[in-house]
Write a protein that binds this ligand. Structure first.
Ligand code: FPP
Length: 241
């Protein structure tokens, strides 16, 4: 087995199209998509991935009809309730980034209960990005840093990449906040406001399968192919350096 990406981030795209192509309601695609969340989480954890970040709901997804949003919240709650035991067995730590406070109260509660239950686990960190938008995250970090500078807590010449990172919602990930491999399913080739700072040096992989068709087999293949890529971070190939 080659090098394992420490941090994998996934844009789980294509649930709606997957269902529509089968003449089924979009909700059915989300239901099938949530089964994939289970499977992919297990493979990531077993493969030794340290952090898996899943884009479950973007800040732009609020534009979706209330009925579809309600289905997504129900699925998230159901998923957390159903998977808690297995995630505990896998020693997975759960985190949520994004505007959790915008979610319905009962969903917030369920998320908090699950996060707390898994807080002492020491295995893979599973991060759900919910009502998350990277630009807003960056604006918020800039806002907090300016306040610290104005308050005299930080000097202007101390504003650095490390300080920015310390103000992002992924600060708790420490050294693994940088994404190593970013995957987007469904053939679309966009970042859609996801982990813009954290993905500065990520390997990008766009796969044609819609999320409900992205199997454990595909995922294992992707992890394996990552091990064969050479990441240079702006330097020269290792054979020339
Ligand atoms: C994109 O498909 C997917 C989402 C907006 C939400 C992702 C949700 C799940 C995988 C299911 C539930 C989540 C959890 C965490 C249990 P889309 O609807 O944008 O597809 P489309 O582009 O084909 O319309």
């Amino acid at each position: 087995m080659g090098l394992i990406p420490r941090h994998i981030a996934i844009v789980m795209d294509g649930n709606g199209r997957w269902a529509e192509r089968r003449g089924r309601p979009r909700a059915y695609g989300h239901v099938r998509g949530s089964s994939r969340v289970r499977e992919i989480t297990r493979v990531a954890s077993e493969s030794g991935v340290q952090t898996l970040t899943l884009y479950a709901f973007s800040s732009e997804n609020w534009k979706r009809p209330e009925s579809e949003r309600a289905i997504l919240w129900r699925l998230l709650v159901k998923h957390l309730r159903r998977e808690r035991k297995e995630l505990m067995q896998q020693n997975v730590q759960l985190h949520v980034i994004g505007e959790l406070h915008r979610l319905p109260l009962d969903v917030q509660e369920e998320v908090k209960v699950s996060v707390l239950a898994m807080a002492k686990n020491t295995g893979m960190r599973l991060v759900f990005a919910v009502s998350y938008g990277s630009r807003q995250e960056l604006v918020s970090a800039a806002h907090n840093i300016v306040q610290e500078v104005l308050g005299g807590k930080v000097q202007l010449n101390e504003v650095s990449e490390a300080l920015m990172e310390a103000h992002l919602s992924t600060a708790f990930l420490g050294q693994t906040s940088d994404v190593d491999l970013l995957i987007r399913t469904s053939g679309e080739q966009r970042l859609s406001n996801f982990m813009l700072w954290q993905s500065a040096y990520a390997e990008l992989l766009f796969v044609d399968e819609c999320w409900p068709d992205f199997t454990a087999e595909h995922f294992r293949g992707v992890i394996e192919s990552y091990g064969k890529r050479e990441r240079r971070f702006g330097g020269l190939p290792s054979s020339q350096s």
